[in-house]
Design a protein around this ligand. Structure first.
Ligand SMILES: [Ca+2]
Length: 117
């Protein structure tokens, strides 16, 4: 190989083209790579540019949250920690949690109606 692309690839003497060990392709960064490969016999040699096109893969997989339950005594102080809701994401993105405020507001509303009646 005469010209590599950031040491991403390796070419064997038999012509086998491989991604180098420990290297990764990223379509979002580079859609296509060009390397220059030399071929030679005992006397002569020639070179050619080889293009490697990267195919995009959708890495955006939804985060996962399982049904969970927590137990807490009714007489704890307000703002007491009940637990940590567990959720995971396969990617590198930071995940955030939020509760369904509509349901919470509805529960409060029902409590207030009961107190009035
Ligand atoms: Ca992608």
């Amino acid at each position: 190989m005469v010209t590599n692309d950031n040491d991403l690839f390796k070419v064997s003497e038999a012509g086998g083209l491989n991604l180098a060990v420990g290297k990764h392709l990223d379509f979002e960064t580079t859609e296509s790579h060009t390397i220059t490969v030399e071929v030679s016999d005992d006397e002569l040699k020639a070179t050619a540019k080889i293009t490697i096109t990267v195919i995009d893969v959708n890495e955006n997989i939804a985060p996962v949250i399982e049904k969970q339950s927590f137990t807490i005594a009714e007489d704890v102080l307000d703002d007491a920690e009940i637990g940590t809701v567990a959720g995971t994401d396969s990617g590198v993105r930071k995940i955030t949690f939020q509760y369904d405020k509509m349901k919470q507001d509805l529960t409060e509303l029902i409590k207030q109606i009961r107190m009035i009646n």
